[in-house]
Design a protein around this ligand. Structure first.
Ligand code: CTP
Length: 426
């Protein structure tokens, strides 16, 4: 995947950087670590070395046993001349935790240890994840340093709010969670091809009440919708997710709107439509709902109730009627059996969509409640793309590639995909 360089400065939160490295390695990235001498008081280099499988460096004067190679790469015959070999070859550089002291040095161009020297020499994208006591974080000096770094194109992964390391202190300054740290790296590695685009995603499955405790629902977990939201954010889009009964942890930087029923989802989609450029309708919306749900709990000894159902509205078809010509609308179709693609094409035309993502729900191990999917993406211009059995993250990438293709086709050659990623200068 990518060569990631992690700089760890001295803070109690250094242990969280270990977890971020573990996640990065699990996702296939080759990670090298530079520690400041102070950080070694919190986490020993042996821990990072065990997880990355490569030596950790902390001084400009020590030689690199791996000769500048990232894990998985052959070791060069000669040792690199420069102590900056690691940063020269990094595709992204994350400094986490970044203490107030390290941020101050970065903002003012100091290079008094290997980490700060590497930051000064970086021409790959750089992110800093501040972690410190809340009074240090909110001090005007730290705020000014972060403003300087942002102005130079450095990504700041904001700290969270909550209990801090100092006994009984609460406030802002906790290092961002490991998942968010990795997300920031992956966003830096991804061309910002949806920068400026507003994407509305629906995720999960609606629930239609029978009485005050029971409902008619479906098996959708929201995994596909969240994978789409995460990938759209990574490509620079502004993302809102309308989530129907999803219990998964939401991806970072996604605005959430929670709904339960098909009618609530319809209302949220109608309100959101005016403010989006792309709608990805991955929620499983109920087609029928109990007529006149009961406010109280139905009692067993009152006999078996007769459930009478009525149709819900087809949200997507109605939205497609209201759309602006520049908007891209993508539907999802869960079909059963070998006719899945043909049935999906019928839905694409009937619902007047730009594209539809079809999956065959008769196949085991994909679709509902699964981490994986296998889909065919059909577009209104006649193209058809099969995405073989893979993780939903990969399916999400294929869907957004298709969205980008459709957007480009709509705006013509002027709208050609632009890589707006620019390296940060520390
Ligand atoms: N959909 C919708 N409103 C509904 C039902 C479905 O907006 N009441 C949307 C889904 O979010 C999905 C697409 O329509 O993007 C196709 O959903 P699917 O359940 O496969 O199709 P249906 O139109 O419900 O048809 P059927 O269940 O008969 O296959």
């Amino acid at each position: 995947m990518a060569r990631l360089l992690l700089g760890v400065s001295g803070g109690i939160a250094a242990y969280k950087a270990l977890e971020a490295v573990r996640l990065a390695v699990k996702r296939g990235h080759a990670v090298r670590v530079i520690q400041t001498p102070a950080s070694e008081r919190f986490v020993a280099r042996a821990s990072f070395e065990a997880i990355t499988g490569a030596p950790v460096l902390s001084s400009e004067f020590e030689s690199d046993r791996a000769r500048g190679a990232y894990p998985g790469e052959p070791m060069p015959e000669r040792a690199p001349i420069s102590h900056l070999a690691l940063v020269e070859r990094a595709e992204a550089f994350l400094i986490a935790p970044a203490t107030a002291n390290t941020l101050a040095k970065l903002a003012h161009g100091q290079a008094d240890n290997l980490l700060t020297a590497a930051a000064l020499a970086a021409d790959c994208p750089v992110a800093v994840a501040p972690a410190m006591n809340s009074r240090m974080y909110t001090h005007p000096a730290t705020a000014a340093n972060l403003r300087l770094l942002r102005a130079r194109g450095v990504t700041v992964v904001p700290p969270g709010e909550g209990d801090l390391a100092s006994y009984s202190e609460h406030g802002i300054g906790r290092l961002a969670e490991p998942e968010h740290l990795l997300e920031a790296c992956e966003a830096m590695l991804t061309p910002q091809s949806l920068s400026g685009a507003r994407v509305l995603v629906t995720a999960g499955g609606t629930r239609e009440p029978i009485d005050s405790v029971r409902f008619l629902g479906n098996r959708s977990s929201g995994r596909m919708g969240f994978a789409l939201a995460r990938e759209a954010v990574r490509r620079g889009a502004e993302v809102t997710a309308i989530t129907a009964n999803v219990t998964l942890v939401p991806p970072p930087r996604v605005r959430l709107q929670r709904v339960q029923t098909a009618a609530e989802l319809a209302g949220a989609c109608r309100r959101g439509l005016a403010y989006c450029d792309v709608l990805l309708m991955s929620a499983a919306v109920a087609d029928f709902r109990p007529l006149g749900p009961v406010d109280a709990k139905l009692k067993k000894d009152e006999g078996v109730p007769r459930l009478e159902l009525e149709a819900t509205e087809d949200v997507l078809s109605q939205i497609a009627e209201m759309r602006r010509p520049d908007q891209i609308i993508v539907g999802f179709a869960a079909e059963h059996g070998t006719d899945a693609v043909a049935l999906g094409r019928g839905k694409l035309e009937r619902k007047r969509l730009d594209a539809i993502v079809v999956n065959d729900i008769s196949r085991a191990g994909i679709g509902f409640e699964s981490e994986d999917n296998e889909v065919t993406i059909l577009a209104a211009d006649g193209t058809e793309r099969h995405v073989p059995h893979s993780r939903k993250e990969r399916v999400a990438r294929a869907v957004l590639d298709e969205v980008e293709r459709l957007r480009e086709a709509r705006v013509g050659s002027d709208g050609a995909r632009a890589d707006t990623r620019s390296p940060a200068r520390i």
